[in-house]
Design a protein around this ligand. Structure first.
Ligand code: HSE
Length: 310
């Protein structure tokens, strides 16, 4: 009999202001679900169905992050198994919330379970990175790692993958607004400066280190004043409608910090209570409502678990 399992992998917020390609966290909100079936009547990967993507994601295994990740995983462990994937896309496309990483994380986790866990979760990360790199160009793991592993992570190295799980202060909540415009990550990476003045780099690594310290010491005030971005935000914010207004309104409504989620267009804020996160998300939404730009908001806690069976 064929074995089947479904795995959910969460949406993620990456960069987190000063941690370009380094910081990421999983959100207690939307994500992707991948149903995987082992079928020994063939060898390799087939994508049977994708739902919730308005027909935009490819069924071609070599062009779909879930298919690429699973094929790379099977090659690595030397398995001749046949895998059928059904992807339920429950997150917005090109939103800055890590949708391509989430479906790859869910797929590879599901197949690892079905094949009786030859690898640990952390060891699955290279396949998710590889899949994202094949479709997006530049390797980065700040969506892949938190979607796979959960929590707030620091990506130290890609090869070999070295990811640290950082502590999350108990009173920390996020708010995210996703205005329905699309931003292509690889184009948005190309727009970034190739060189950074030393003075700017010094401010960045000081703030990155202070962010880690703030998380370890539960210091929300230090977290608030460390989350600044002098590199990507000045360039990328120009492509996000009403970015400055949204950020000002979030801070005015009590957010500790507000910045771009990944390459955008989603914007995240950190708050010190659930009620503030709710209020901040409502304020951010009202700016898009006023301009009749459709948007979705999410708020809550950083999600502890990464990809898991549902
Ligand atoms: N760190 C990546 C970038 C995340 O900002 O390009 C993409 O979602």
């Amino acid at each position: 009999m064929n074995k089947t399992i479904s795995v959910f992998a969460p949406a993620t917020v990456s960069n987190i202001a000063c941690g370009f390609d380094t910081f990421g966290f999983a959100i207690d909100g939307p994500g992707d679900v991948v149903k995987a079936t082992i079928d020994m009547s063939f060898s390799g990967v087939k994508i049977l169905k994708i739902s919730g993507d308005d027909g935009r994601l490819p069924l071609d295994v070599n062009k779909n992050t879930a298919g690429i990740a699973v094929q790379a995983f099977l090659n690595k462990i030397g398995s001749r198994a046949g895998v059928i994937l059904e992807i339920e896309n429950k997150m917005p496309f090109a939103s800055g919330l890590g949708s391509s990483a989430a479906s790859a994380a869910a797929a590879v986790t599901a197949v690892n379970f079905l094949l009786e866990k030859p690898l640990k979760s952390m060891e699955l990360l290279p396949f998710v990175i590889e899949s994202e790199t094949s479709i997006g160009g530049t390797a980065h793991a700040d969506n892949a790692a938190p979607s796979l592993l959960g929590g707030f992570v620091l990506v130290r190295y890609l090869e070999p993958a070295d990811v640290l799980n950082l502590p999350v202060p108990t009173g920390l909540y996020y708010a995210v607004v996703h205005p329905q415009v699309e931003i292509n990550t690889s184009e948005s990476r190309q727009a970034l400066p190739g060189n950074i003045p030393l003075k700017t780099a010094i401010k960045h690594w000081a703030n990155t280190a202070a962010t880690v310290h703030a998380l370890h010491t539960n210091n929300l005030e230090m977290l608030s004043n460390s989350l600044q971005d002098f590199v990507a935000e000045p360039v990328r914010s120009k492509s996000i409608p009403h970015y400055d207004q949204v950020k000002k309104s979030a801070i005015k409504s009590g957010a500790l910090a507000c910045n771009i989620s990944g390459s955008g267009p989603s914007i995240f804020a950190f708050c010190d209570s659930f009620d503030k996160a709710k209020k901040v998300s409502e304020k951010m939404k009202s700016i898009y409502d006023d301009d009749e730009i459709a948007c979705t908001v999410y708020y809550g806690k950083i999600r502890k678990n990464g990809a898991e069976i549902v």
